[in-house]
Design a protein around this ligand. Structure first.
Ligand SMILES: Nc1ncnc2c1ncn2[C@@H]1O[C@H](COP(=O)(O)OP(=O)(O)OP(=O)(O)O)[C@@H](O)[C@H]1O
Ligand SMILES: [Mg+2]
Length: 322
């Protein structure tokens, strides 16, 4: 597949999802930019906005295996990664792989499980491997975590630890439908699909190996000029120096922004990144990597901090005619 064909295939995924899930194309472009840059996504939104359905549609359109874990206070790390069980008839232990052995893992209501259980995801998300009782297992590629958390419920929830939050490329709000027309469209589609789970109607657009192959193309064939790298560097430095900020985006966060910008360039049919790609993704990629000073937590949103600095940091003039 040449670049234009990849771009067409990615756009077919966007069309497939849009034909079922009512949303703005920009949201789907962001989601695919995270996925094609080997990233993970945290959906933070209210109940009933279609997070689970969207994750299922995505998994199917990408030709991937899909598993879901409902996070609850009594969930154990072994319920995620797996464990060894004793089989008396055979007189030996048998390995039972947990649901993490999949391609697309929906970690539903991730902040309902205690930190020890949440931590079971750390190794998998960063190193794409898990350790079960001292033995390490490589996970299948692609490996994508789509996690959800509900912003209103505070009681009985455990805020995600910084290390886990830092492993998500993006924290994304799907948002409520913005017009009456969109509401009506969702209802019309419900009538024609005759099911609450329209993902059953999705056929794969790509295969697993094609997804991995496109991820490799993003990594190896999409050019990022030094001027764009400096732009990302200046942006994160500028945020870190903000007096409202206690801890700013990590170098890992800056890398995620670069990687997602490369994937977005490919989605847009380019083999080079432009500053617009960085700007389009910066808020959703950087905001959850920012920790405010206690006196600013009540009246400042991290999203606004990123926007302030996007408006302040000079946008590079590209050195050649792109
Ligand atoms: N934008 C949308 N387009 C099409 N269908 C939608 C949309 N939003 C919600 N739905 C429909 O609403 C129903 C609920 O969606 P879903 O179960 O995915 O919500 P959720 O965000 O996962 O909720 P919860 O947080 O309670 O788990 C599904 O039948 C889904 O198809
Ligand atoms: Mg759900």
């Amino acid at each position: 597949m040449v670049l234009s064909e990849i771009c067409k295939a990615v756009n077919r995924i966007i069309d497939t999802i849009s034909s079922i899930y009512v949303t703005k194309v920009e949201i789907l472009e962001k989601i695919l930019a995270a996925i094609l840059s080997r990233g993970h996504i945290l959906f933070e939104d209210y109940p009933g906005l279609g997070k689970t359905v969207l994750a299922k549609i995505l998994a199917k359109a990408l030709g991937c295996d899909f598993k879901r874990i409902q996070f609850t206070p009594d969930l154990l790390p072994s319920d995620i990664v797996g464990t060894k069980i004793w089989v008396p008839a055979k007189g030996k232990f048998r390995l039972v792989r947990g649901p993490i052995f999949t391609n697309v893992l929906l970690a539903d209501e991730i902040n309902r499980a205690p930190p020890k259980t949440q931590a079971a995801l750390l190794e998998a998300m960063e190193e794409r491997q898990v350790t079960i009782e001292g033995r390490t297992f490589k996970l299948d590629e692609p490996f994508i975590v789509l996690a959800t958390q509900n912003p209103i419920e505070v009681e009985g929830t455990y805020p995600l630890p910084e290390a886990l939050l830092d492993r998500f490329t993006m924290r994304l709000c799907l948002g409520y439908p913005s017009t009456v027309e969109e509401e009506v469209e969702i209802l019309r589609r419900r009538i024609s699909w005759r099911t609450d789970d329209p993902s059953v109607h999705v056929s794969p657009v790509l295969s697993k190996s094609e997804v991995v192959w496109i991820q490799d193309i993003v990594e190896s064939k999409i050019y990022v000029d030094d001027a764009v790298l400096r732009y990302i560097g200046m942006l994160v430095q500028s945020i870190r120096r903000d007096p409202r900020v206690l801890a700013g985006p990590s170098p890992r966060a800056a890398m995620m922004l670069m990687k997602a910008s490369r994937a977005l360039a490919l989605i847009e049919g380019r083999d080079y990144v432009v500053p617009d790609d960085v700007q389009f993704l910066a808020v959703d990629v950087l905001a959850h990597h920012i920790y405010l000073r206690p006196e600013h937590v009540a009246d400042t949103r991290c999203e606004d901090v990123v926007k302030n600095h996007l408006a302040r940091v000079p946008v590079p003039k590209m050195p050649r005619a792109w």
